[in-house]
Design a protein around this ligand. Structure first.
Ligand code: PGA
Length: 266
């Protein structure tokens, strides 16, 4: 059974002075069994969030990592520098693809670094609106996956707990979401790409696929009702404790239902 995951991407929000309190509030409002919770604050807030979450069974992630471990890379942060601060990392977010011009090849190098450094990666993929409207969404996402995963060992990725987030670019921060059916169809296409194109076979089934793009407590149940979707990567709503409480509660209901369907306890 795949885990249920709610990952908070705080983007360029919060400061070292307020991030710890927000994280602690979210932690206390989201204590539900069966759901993996991850908070990804800005780099400068990692220490405060780590301290606030100590002993609370909620993980801390970075929003990016450099592919080299050290060197002359002004303004960058390496996996070695994240040791002790973060155990997860978001890679290939569409805002970085857009603003920092990150390519699939570069994202692949970051992915290799994440897994060799013990960081659990969330690889983001997703199409632009024009690409969806012209019927190329699946092809675009498959190309992103093949580009980032080229040359990677399936075993190493699986051991690292590799997670994929499907985030249609036109749904991020817009209040507009993909339909749950379209998101589920893409999750199926993602696993089909891993299984067939990349030769993962049945192992593709163990990879969690999250949906991201204007997820809220009001719409997350629609996505979680799709068996192919295993949680959310949440931006705007993840800064609001009420919203996080609602989303994690919804994921916990799903975790229980899926466990019951398999005759297990969540
Ligand atoms: P959003 O962002 O929830 O604000 O749309 C999601 C993301 O970019 O990960």
């Amino acid at each position: 059974m795949r885990p249920l995951i709610i990952a908070a991407n705080w983007k360029m929000n919060t400061t070292p002075a307020d991030a710890g309190e927000l994280a602690a509030t979210i932690a206390s409002r989201t204590e539900e069994p069966g759901v993996i919770r991850v908070i990804c604050p800005p780099y400068v807030c990692l220490a405060a969030v780590r301290d606030a979450l100590a002993g609370k069974n909620i993980s801390v992630g970075a929003q990016n990592v450099h592919h080299e471990l050290a060197g002359a890379y002004t303004g960058e942060i390496s996996a070695a520098q994240l040791a002790g601060l973060a155990t997860w990392v978001i890679l290939g977010h569409s805002e970085r693809r857009r603003d920092q011009l990150e390519s699939d090849e570069l994202i692949g190098k970051k992915l290799a670094r994440a897994i060799s450094s013990g960081l659990r990666p969330i690889l983001c993929v997703g199409e632009l609106l024009a690409e969806r409207e012209s019927g190329r969404a699946v092809e675009v996402v498959a190309t992103q996956l093949r580009g980032a995963l080229a040359g990677k060992e399936m075993e190493a990725l699986l051991n690292a707990g590799f997670v994929i987030a499907y985030e249609p670019v036109w749904a991020i921060g817009t209040g507009r979401t993909a339909s749950a059916a379209d998101a589920a169809a893409m999750a199926d296409a993602i696993r089909a790409t891993l299984s067939a194109d990349l030769g993962w076979g049945d192992s593709a089934e163990v990879v969690p696929v999250l949906y991201g793009g204007s997820v809220t407590s009001a719409n997350i149940a629609d996505f979680l009702a799709e068996p192919a979707i295993d949680g959310g990567l949440v931006g705007g709503a993840s800064l609001k404790p009420d919203e996080m409480a609602g989303m994690v509660a919804s994921a916990a209901v799903t975790a229980r239902a899926r466990a019951a369907a398999e005759g297990k306890t969540a």
